[in-house]
Structure formats: structure tokens, C-alpha cells
Design a protein around this ligand. Structure first.
Ligand SMILES: [Zn+2]
Length: 324
């Protein structure tokens, strides 16, 4: 066979390039992307990412919290388990009323009272924002109906009447509902001969309710006085911050007044006092540590020890109650 012919035949045996199926390398083997079903709760709740200006390499939000006191990074889950107290320096982070109740009372022992009581905008107050709008916004934000939760629970062997304020709801301000709920839980404690405990956290009376909020000071104080006359104990626990109208009424009327460490406690703000008295304020003024030395507070207790300590106090305070 002549050489030219064999080349032609060979060429014919090779299939033309156009007939070869094109391979898109690797693509056929890739699994379709799967996203987790949306109804599965994430193991760790993510906080919204800050939109503020920040350094280029920011630490991922939602897993760690930086302690403002000692600067240590704390794993959020550990912070939660330690009742929002820094393990390194014992800094007390803000917490919620429900977290406090869960930490203080025996599991499943707490029964809420007056859960449906809500504030009414009697004065139709409008300032920079309408009171009615503020109420709605805070109900949505906190899942609470107002700034206090009341109920009956058990601490150790003691049945107790408990009122716990939440600063997240309008700065823990005391309006008609807060005053009425505190009064009713104290009255219930008197009726059932139980010790009463109120945990305060408040910026004071709720100015959107004007005089109606101020009337709560007298009402709550009167209920505590009746409770005391029956020989029943009332414990007041102050947390950061407890000020103004709340401090001027039920928060300062405890048979025992307990505080969390470094809580700010006072009536008027330091600037107002400085201007009024025209004098320099001493260091640490209006802190729990300053006030315990001057006899306003009986003891400062870490949040992590609070349940055990209060239960022990109740063991003593309720000795006579059990006999009667
Ligand atoms: Zn710390």
C-alpha cells in the first residue's frame, strides 16, 4: 500500500472531533447544595452582627462576649451557665427577670400571678415618642407584658412570694402595673403567711404615667407595712441599677436588704446631688460596696450564691412561721 493511502485510511478511522461529547470536568459529581431545614433551632443562638464601624478582623459575634471589666473573652454558653457572671473577675452582666426566677426557684415550682395585667396609657402621653408605642415596642422586644414578673415559687423548703423586675422593659420603670403587681404579691404573701422577696432593677417611677406612677410608692410601702405587722419577713434584693422611686419605696424597706456586687444604688443621680450639695462626692458613691459600710445594705451576695444564701436566711427568718 502506498504511504499516502495508508495515511488517508488512518485519518478516516479517527472519529471527527465534532462528534466527541464535551466533558465538563467534575461538575456531574457535585452534590446539589443542601441547606438545613429552617425549623431546626441552632445549637447556639446568634446575636445580630454589629453594624458599627469595627476593626478589619473582628471576632465573630454570637459565640463570645468580651467582659467589660477584665477584658477576657468568655464563651457565651459558659456565661449563660454561670448566670451571666464573668468567671474571671465576677463581673455581673445584665440579665432578665425569667433568668433570675429560673436561677432562684426550684425547677417547675414557680407559678406566675397577674400574668395578664397590662399598662394603660391613661394620660395619652406623647413626648419624643408616644407612651402607647413605647409599650408595644418593649412588649415585642422583651416578650414581657410589663417590667415585673410576680408569682409563688419554692426556694429550698420554703414557699415564697416573689417579684422580679426586668430592666429591659422601659428601664424597669415603675408604673401602675408594676406597683399593683408588687402590692398584690405582697398581699398574697400576707394572706398565705409566706415570706416575700422582691428583686429590684429600675430607673425609678414611670414618668409617662405622671402622678399615677408616684402613687405606687405609697401603695407598695403600705402593703409591706401590713406584711411586717403580721410578723412576716420581706427581703429586698437590689441589682444594678436600683434608683429613684423604686429605691425610695419597696426596695429600701426590706427586713434584709441584699445587693449584687457593684450595683449602682441611689435616689437622684450623682450629678444632681453634686449640684445640689455643691460638694465633691466620695469615691465609690452610690455603689453597693459604699452603702454596706454605711448600713443601708445588709449583705452583698454574688448572683451565683444568691439562691443558697437567701434560702439560708429564710431558714432563720421563717423559724417562727413554721411553729405558728
Ligand atoms: Zn471579667
Amino acid at each position: 500500500m502506498p504511504l499516502n493511502l495508508s495515511i488517508i485510511l488512518l485519518a478516516r478511522m479517527v472519529p471527527p472531533m465534532a462528534d466527541t461529547p464535551k466533558k465538563t470536568l467534575g461538575l456531574e459529581t457535585v452534590e446539589p447544595a443542601v441547606t438545613p431545614p429552617t425549623d431546626v433551632e441552632p445549637a447556639i443562638e446568634k446575636k445580630p452582627v454589629s453594624t458599627g464601624t469595627s476593626r478589619k478582623r473582628e471576632i465573630p459575634q454570637g459565640l463570645w462576649t468580651k467582659c467589660p471589666e477584665c477584658g477576657e473573652m468568655i464563651f457565651d454558653k459558659e456565661l449563660e451557665e454561670n448566670l451571666k457572671v464573668c468567671q474571671h473577675c465576677a463581673h455581673h452582666f445584665p440579665t432578665t427577670a425569667w433568668d433570675r426566677i429560673n436561677a432562684l426557684t426550684e425547677p417547675e415550682s414557680f407559678q406566675e400571678t397577674e400574668a395578664d395585667m397590662i399598662s394603660v396609657d391613661t394620660l395619652e402621653f406623647t413626648g419624643t415618642a408616644a407612651y402607647a408605642d413605647k409599650l408595644e415596642k418593649h412588649k415585642e422586644k422583651t416578650g414581657l407584658k410589663d417590667a415585673v414578673i410576680t408569682g409563688i415559687g419554692r426556694m429550698g423548703d420554703h414557699e415564697v412570694a416573689l417579684g422580679v423586675m426586668d430592666f429591659n422593659f422601659l428601664g424597669g420603670s415603675m408604673g401602675s402595673v408594676v406597683g399593683e403587681k408588687i402590692t398584690r404579691i405582697i398581699e398574697l404573701a400576707t394572706e398565705r403567711r409566706l415570706p416575700a422577696i422582691v428583686i429590684s432593677s429600675s430607673g425609678g417611677a414611670r414618668m409617662y404615667e405622671g402622678m399615677f406612677s408616684l402613687m405606687q410608692l405609697a401603695k407598695t410601702s403600705a402593703a409591706i407595712a401590713y406584711h411586717g405587722r403580721q410578723g412576716l419577713p420581706y427581703l429586698s434584693v437590689l441589682t444594678h441599677p436600683t434608683t429613684a422611686g423604686v429605691m425610695a419605696s419597696y426596695a429600701s424597706l426590706g427586713d434584709l436588704i441584699i445587693s449584687e456586687p457593684k450595683a449602682m444604688i441611689g435616689f437622684a443621680g450623682p450629678r444632681v446631688i453634686k449640684d445640689t450639695t455643691q460638694s465633691e462626692l466620695p469615691e465609690g458613691f452610690q455603689t453597693a460596696e459604699f452603702l454596706i459600710e454605711r448600713g443601708l445594705i445588709d449583705s452583698i451576695i454574688d448572683r451565683t450564691e444568691m439562691k443558697a444564701q437567701i434560702t439560708e436566711y429564710l431558714d432563720y427568718l421563717c423559724l417562727n412561721l413554721k411553729k405558728s
